[in-house]
Write a protein that binds this ligand. Structure first.
Ligand code: DP6
Length: 327
């Protein structure tokens, strides 16, 4: 075991075919397979050291002592079990998100934590195995182990639910413009929201069937470098996911008025010949999928409604890596 902090850097990812619902809440086995794009702009650096002097795990986020929540505890428990140790850990985590944009995602956080913790515990795991450890912290983190387009195979057990790279480096010209519409923590977490959708939406079975089709089709579109097909599938899949929140009992939504405005801008740009599409996750921020040639047109259209500090342009990003102490 290392007597120094071992550091890992992981980038966040945005799902183009969403994960929305668990088949096993403890192991975080999803109801459906999903596919994402890892982004270059937003990342987390996390350092871990197992220290026999510690009587409890200690977590610092951006140098501030933070509570060790259930997700962190679960992820560390898996690492300790795999390594056959009981030692507590010191964890230091830094989120690199422009202007504290409220995009700090659990995806980059748990991919970095799993990777640093496994290495610090003396484990040598494949990336697929690391993705299983990251999954035990947060589902979307499974995919942030890899760069570019990534699939998370749903599987039906701990060892069959893992991520696999689909294309890295990404061949097609694809960018994601993030429109930051809320910096505050969401009221309904993705964990609660997806559980409620599984339990109460009468459309859940249809979602599962459709998501399976979307996955097959988007993989074909990636293989053919067909940007428009990728964008179209991503947009329709996202709206079908959000239909599960509207059809839950009680119903809820992650849209706010600005999200609707941003979606409207994308649709009218498209009607006027600009190839762009949107996707949204468990919060009001809208992500616009586009190509480099249209970036300026889209940003100009957004500037009519949103200020410059709300707009961040991302490219495909890399998978997780072990890094030197970044401080
Ligand atoms: C809408 O990975 O945050 O972003 O597994 O409960 O931690 P937990 O949920 P989380 O959910 C992500 C939901 C999503 C879609 C996606 O990333 O696939």
């Amino acid at each position: 075991m290392s007597d120094q902090l071992v550091w890992a850097r992981a980038h966040t990812n945005i799902a183009l075919v969403k994960y929305w619902g668990k088949a096993d809440a403890k192991l975080i086995i999803p109801q459906n397979s999903s596919l994402s794009l890892t982004l270059d702009h937003f990342y987390t650096d996390t350092g871990v050291q197992f220290d026999s002097q510690l009587s409890a795990d200690q977590l610092f986020i951006d140098d501030v002592l933070a509570p060790v929540d259930e997700k962190v505890a679960n992820c560390l428990a898996v690492v300790r079990q795999l390594a056959g140790i009981k030692t507590h850990a010191l964890i230091r985590s830094y989120n690199h998100v422009p202007n504290a944009a409220g995009l700090a995602s659990s995806a980059s956080a748990f991919a970095a934590l799993a990777t640093a913790a496994c290495k610090a515990a003396g484990l040598t795991l494949s990336k697929a195995e690391l993705s299983m450890v990251a999954r035990r912290g947060s589902g979307s983190a499974t995919r942030s182990i890899f760069g570019g387009f990534v699939e998370w195979h749903a599987g039906d057990s701990d060892t069959t639910s893992f991520a696999q790279p689909i294309e890295d480096p990404v061949q097609m010209d694809i960018k994601m413009i993030t429109v930051v519409l809320n910096r505050h923590p969401k009221k309904i977490s993705s964990r609660m929201g997806m559980q409620s959708s599984v339990n109460t939406s009468p459309y859940y079975a249809a979602w599962k069937q459709q998501a399976a089709k979307d996955l097959v089709n988007i993989k074909a579109a990636i293989l053919q470098a067909n940007f428009n097909m990728v964008g179209h599938i991503a947009e329709t899949n996202a709206m079908r996911m959000h239909a599960l929140t509207l059809s839950a009992d009680p119903s809820f939504t992650y849209f706010n008025a600005d999200s609707l405005e941003a979606m409207h801008i994308v649709k009218s740009l498209r009607e006027n010949g600009t190839n762009c599409y949107f996707t949204m996750d468990a919060g009001p921020n809208v992500k616009i999928i586009c190509q480099s040639k249209d970036e300026a047109t889209i940003i100009n259209a957004l500037y009519r409604h949103f200020t410059e500090d709300k707009i961040v342009v991302c490219k495909p990003g890399p998978g997780v890596t072990i890094i030197k102490d970044p401080r």
